[in-house]
Design a protein around this ligand. Structure first.
Ligand code: ADP
Ligand code: MG
Length: 146
């Protein structure tokens, strides 16, 4: 696990960008943390590093958005409103979690046992936890999958 203290959104974006550089198609990154901790900020930095030119906002009215990066599709999901994939139709996330895309998932815990739903060629590559330390300070933890 690596942990970093960031003192503003730019530093959290930079942490996302650094992680993104090591990702390959089929990689899924789980991004956890309370509301306002900086999950979308982290994903924004990662997407910029992957060459996504569209602005990155929280996908509030849908489960996810698919962007075009320089090296392939980049999926950004926010499962906040899900109560667990078990209650949803099977294959709900299949359009986003594909072997040719890099994917970032906010609120992955709402997806339940997400790893069990992944198609061949799709894997959890990293788990990020962001902790709000007050003001503009955050602790950004990046772990290999357990
Ligand atoms: P989440 O997706 O976890 O709900 P957002 O990334 O949407 O959180 O929002 C985080 C908010 O906190 C933004 O307004 C951002 O500018 C602010 N912020 C302040 N300091 C930091 C920091 N060190 N890292 C990330 N965001 C920060
Ligand atoms: Mg968010």
């Amino acid at each position: 696990m690596t942990a970093e203290l960031t003192e503003g959104p730019e530093a959290t974006e930079a942490a996302g960008a650094r992680l993104a550089l090591g990702l390959e198609p089929g990689d899924v990154v789980l991004v956890s943390g309370e509301l306002g901790s900086g999950k979308t900020t982290f994903v924004r930095g990662a997407c910029a590093a992957l060459g996504v030119s569209r602005p990155i906002a929280s996908p509030t009215f849908s489960l996810g958005r698919l962007h075009r990066g320089e090296r392939g599709p980049v999926a950004h999901l926010d499962l906040y409103r899900l109560e667990g994939l078990a209650a949803e139709e099977p294959g709900l996330l299949d359009d986003y979690l594909t072997p040719d895309a890099v994917a970032f998932v906010e609120w992955p815990e709402r997806g339940g046992a997400l790893e069990l739903e992944l198609a061949d060629g799709v894997r959890i590559a990293a788990a990020v936890v962001i902790r709000h330390l007050g003001g503009d300070r955050r602790r950004v933890e990046v772990s290999a999958p357990t």
